[in-house]
Design a protein. Structure first.
Length: 112
């Protein structure tokens, strides 16, 4: 079986879904990402990433109730799954292992 990979944007979306918990739906995910990344995120790119994450079993989606604010439309909410949390931990572990091996120049700290 082919190992599923987690792209950089997917990783950020998955982390954001986890951070937002029960309030993770398209608009709130987009707002959180734009605030943290300081750049515009298209809803099309976001929903495509959410669909890939759902296909991989890393997020589940559910439909919320009808609200007047939504003009009678239902919100699609997203929840991170246990498999999604494991995927994030694996990526974090790999990044940390590689970062620890990165030869960095020695920096002299000034005593202030």
């Amino acid at each position: 079986m082919k190992k599923m990979t987690l792209g950089a944007f997917e990783e950020l979306v998955l982390l954001t879904v986890g951070v937002l918990k029960d309030n993770a739906y398209g608009v709130t995910i987009r707002e959180e990402l734009e605030e943290n990344l300081q750049k515009d995120i298209s809803l099309g790119a976001l929903y495509a990433a959410l669909q890939r994450l759902e296909d991989k079993g890393w997020v589940d989606s559910r439909v919320g109730g009808i609200t007047e604010k939504q003009g009678g439309r239902r919100k699609q909410y997203y929840d991170i799954t246990e498999a999604g949390v494991r995927a994030l931990h694996e990526v974090k572990s790999l990044r940390n292992q590689l970062f620890d091996r990165l030869p960095l120049p020695k920096v002299k700290f000034l005593d202030l």
